[in-house]
Design a protein around this ligand. Structure first.
Ligand code: AOF
Ligand code: ZN
Length: 360
């Protein structure tokens, strides 16, 4: 670990407690946007005396819950926080002041908050108050946890991930890994993590496209954003759960007063406009869930790659053989330019599928 200003002695247990902070921060996965996920652990004489995580924007920060639980035991204790404590009045008061008031002796910070209102000022405030501060503990894991928040703060746009499925002979398929193969699998996990899902059912697939019910996903549902299909028609998937949030985003004057689904009309259905809409809804991350042929979205994909609006991909290869159709993906790839280099391939197996994830 490294101190921002000077090296500070690090305890071997520091990493253990920081990993615990990350573990509890993750309890709020999918719920905190536009805020980050943050966990805090307070340790006194080698024992955890308080823990907390930030549950939702507008609610208290992780440090507040952990200090509440620790009570008087926070005095002379060490606080581990996965993100730099804030030093500003936002929806909630500054955590630096709460830590100072509780008389903690040391604060170990996972990563500096890239939010310009905070950006090292929290660390400075704690040091000015005589608190020993260590920064960048398990920093890579802290950054990974909040990659969508960091991306949104630094670029002003939500993080966008492209998802699609392929057969073993390299053709696009409509399905995602299903049933037992996907039990607790990668797709449900994506729906937990992402704040919104972009879908564009075709008229032939809309009846088969069912939005999973909340109970299958745990407490959390992303916002489902329905885009017109490439032929311009707007097709509504089956929605079995009345609590599912769904919106239709279109550039045609709203002809769809579909089953009471909210319809938002934008000037032009560019990826930039779609992401701006998501950002204005306070969303940090968006999953573009493509079923079937990717090539039909050529314009949006070009924009996504050229304007650097697409950050990540998740590709699933299913144990299926599919007759190849026109518009095969090689043609699409050529149109994107062969120089497109993909990074950080992380293959894994989920049920019967192979999942490839990486960055554009
Ligand atoms: C922390 N601990 O648990 C979180 C922090 O509007 P507010 O008051 O919720 O402030 C939001 C900002 O505070 C957010 O953009 C980020 O910079 C920081 N989040 N800070 O000390 C926390 N969630
Ligand atoms: Zn705070």
């Amino acid at each position: 670990c490294v101190s921002a200003i000077q090296d500070t002695d690090c305890d071997a247990d520091d990493e253990v407690y920081m990993r615990r902070s990350l573990e509890i921060a993750r309890k709020a996965v999918g719920h905190t946007s536009p805020n980050p996920m943050v966990g805090c652990v307070i340790v006194k004489n080698g024992k955890i005396v308080g823990e907390g995580f930030h549950p939702k924007a507008g609610q208290p920060h992780a440090e507040v819950f952990a200090l509440r639980e620790a009570g008087d035991l926070a005095e002379n204790a060490t606080a581990y926080v996965s993100l730099e404590p804030c030093n500003h009045h936002g929806r909630t008061p500054p955590c630096t002041e709460a830590l100072i008031k509780a008389k903690v002796k040391r604060v170990v910070v996972g990563m500096v908050d890239p939010n310009p209102i905070v950006a090292s000022k929290g660390v400075q405030r704690l040091r000015d108050a005589g608190i020993d501060v260590t920064v960048r503990m398990e920093e890579d894991s802290c950054k990974k946890l909040n990659e969508a928040y960091i991306h949104q703060i630094l670029t002003g746009k939500p993080l966008l991930t492209l998802r699609y499925s392929l057969s073993v002979n390299g053709c696009f398929v409509d399905q995602v890994g299903e049933g037992a193969a996907d039990a607790g699998g990668y797709y449900s996990q994506l729906l937990q993590e992402y704040n919104a899902v972009l879908i564009s059912p075709t008229s032939s697939s809309s009846g088969e496209f069912e939005i999973p019910a909340s109970k299958e996903l745990g407490a959390k549902q992303p916002l489902w954003i329905i885009l017109p299909s490439p032929d311009g028609s707007i097709n509504i998937p089956r929605i079995t759960d009345a609590t599912t949030e769904v919106v239709i985003l279109t550039d045609k004057e709203a002809t769809v007063a579909e089953k009471g689904i909210e319809t938002v009309v934008v000037d032009q259905l560019s990826l930039g406009n779609i992401l701006d809409y998501c950002k204005n809804q306070g969303l940090n991350s968006v999953l573009w869930d493509v079923r079937g042929e990717l090539g039909v979205y050529e314009e949006l994909l070009k924009e996504g790659i050229e304007q650097k609006l697409l950050q990540k991909y998740v590709v699933e290869m299913l144990p299926q053989w599919k007759e190849s159709q026109s518009g095969r993906w090689e043609a699409w790839f050529k149109s994107m330019g062969e120089s497109l280099k993909l990074k950080s391939l992380q293959p894994r197996i989920c049920g019967e599928s192979v999942i490839l994830e990486g960055n554009f």
